[in-house]
Design a protein around this ligand. Structure first.
Ligand code: NAD
Length: 420
């Protein structure tokens, strides 16, 4: 069995996450590119990469002729397009982070280029690879629900997660990264299409930024929480509590400082100088904090999707068919299936491993799951319906762009007329 050689472009949280699962002999991470030395060094040490295979950015590594099988592209949203196009031109297969790109035109370019060059591009819709959604898909494929008629799916972002990523963090501003639906919920739009098994025909959407805005800043709140906010004790979003005092939260501390294992001094500096320290009502965010999307599919099924910041967090789905229904709670790893034939409920815990207390991979097993499928796709030409390859991914991105257009322009978008 020949190992698949991988180069990593963007050694941030996601890039480090995927390559964590590439140490079992099936893959060899042979080079890394990232301008942040700490991120680069983490990968270099983890995978024993020589110094001359560590690069300061995608521009340098992709200036060389192709020397590996797969490029993992895990840079920020606005920095997928150029490295993806260049890597495809060189003949690399890609594991490409979502969103494919912030505009529909760019998404289509990447899909077209991959087709023309005959390379494989797997997009990181990790939900498909979780035990939870695989089980739901299996139940549908086994005919347990009959014909799927309607799906109701909620993505509860969680108020603290929203504050970190979509008010203070990298995905808070449409112009600087992408719209909220694309950044957070292109997974969910993809998963609904996958479960229904049909492409979107019509789309509508409503929503706005309602709470995390300047109008709601209490009188006397300073610009940065660390400057001594009079509401610091009671504010849910006090950055000092979330980033400095919660020393266990590597995710938040790492994002704020761009360091691996950040010290308190580094966190404090970030809270005085970056968005992560800002009053939650005084950031430069403009993305929505709640949005609903309704979809009618070509096969007649419908779906309603609700993305909202104001909750504890989690994903919940109800799939209703002609022979039964299921309700799934991803957080508690529980699917309740009800059969019309027997009138009985069956409760399924698809992950099992988590329930028994063992560690599962990131995103409910989705991160290691996609790495497993990547191997099958590249080494064994796997073509199963689980594959989030670029063609179907871009078609589902189109639904996201159409929903955003529907929300902003207040009309129902017919997908046959949609071109970005
Ligand atoms: N699939 C998922 O479930 C999921 C979840 C979260 C984020 N994401 C996506 O993953 C991507 C990365 O997110 P992240 O949280 O890892 O961000 P991050 O900021 O932690 O990582 C991005 C990395 O890219 C590096 N970088 C910047 N310029 C570069 C260049 N010229 N060449 C190479 N690297 C460069 C940065 O230094 C950083 O280390 C984003 O597009 C994000 O939307 C996907």
């Amino acid at each position: 069995m020949k190992a698949i050689d991988v180069i990593l472009i963007g050694a941030g949280i996601r890039g480090r996450g995927y390559t964590e699962y590439m140490t079992d002999g099936k893959f060899r991470v042979v080079a890394v590119a990232d301008p942040e030395k700490a991120c680069r060094d983490y990968i270099k040490n983890k995978h024993n990469i020589p110094d001359d295979m560590c690069f300061g950015g995608w521009e340098e590594i992709l200036a060389l002729p192709k020397f590996a099988d797969v490029a993992v592209i895990a840079t920020s949203d606005k920095m997928h397009y150029e490295p993806a196009m260049k890597a495809i031109e060189l003949g690399y297969n890609l594991l490409l982070e979502k969103p494919v790109a912030p505009t529909y035109r760019e998404c289509q370019d990447i899909a077209d280029a991959a087709k023309a060059k005959n390379v494989k591009v797997l997009v990181c819709h990790v939900l498909r690879y979780t035990a939870f959604f695989r089980k739901i898909k299996d139940l549908i494929n086994e005919g347990k629900l009959g014909k799927v008629i309607s799906v109701h799916h909620s993505e509860c972002v969680g108020n603290i997660h929203q504050s970190h990523s979509y008010v203070r963090g990298n995905w808070n501003n449409t112009e600087e990264s992408s719209n909220m639906l694309l950044a957070k919920s292109c997974h969910d739009i993809d998963i609904m299409q996958w479960l229904v098994g049909s492409r979107a025909k019509k789309v509508s959407s409503f929503g706005s930024l309602s709470y995390f805005c300047r109008d709601n800043a209490p009188d006397g709140a300073p610009n940065y929480c660390i400057e001594g906010c009079p509401y610091g004790e009671t504010c849910y979003y006090n950055a000092v509590k979330l980033y400095l005092e919660d020393e266990e939260n590597d995710w938040f501390r790492g994002a704020a400082t761009k360091k691996v294992n950040a010290t308190n001094e580094e966190v404090e500096k970030a809270l005085r100088t970056t968005q992560y320290g800002k009053c939650i009502f005084k950031c430069n965010n403009d993305v929505v904090d709640h949005q609903v999307v309704n979809i009618e599919y070509e096969n007649g099924a419908v779906a309603s999707f609700n993305m909202c910041a104001f909750n504890a967090g989690g994903r919940y789905i109800r799939v209703m068919g002609t022979d039964g229904e299921l309700y799934g709670d991803m957080e508690s790893d529980e699917i309740d299936y009800f059969s019309f034939k027997t009138r009985e409920h069956t409760v399924i815990n698809p992950m099992g491993r988590a329930i028994s207390g063992e560690i599962v991979g990131g995103h409910g097993g989705g991160d290691d799951g996609i790495v497993e499928i990547l191997y099958k796709y590249i080494a064994e030409d796997y073509e199963g319906d689980m594959l989030s390859e670029i063609g179907i991914s871009v078609s589902n991105h189109a639904t996201v762009f159409a929903a955003e257009k529907a929300r902003l322009e207040n009309y129902v978008v017919e997908m046959k007329d949609f071109n970005g």
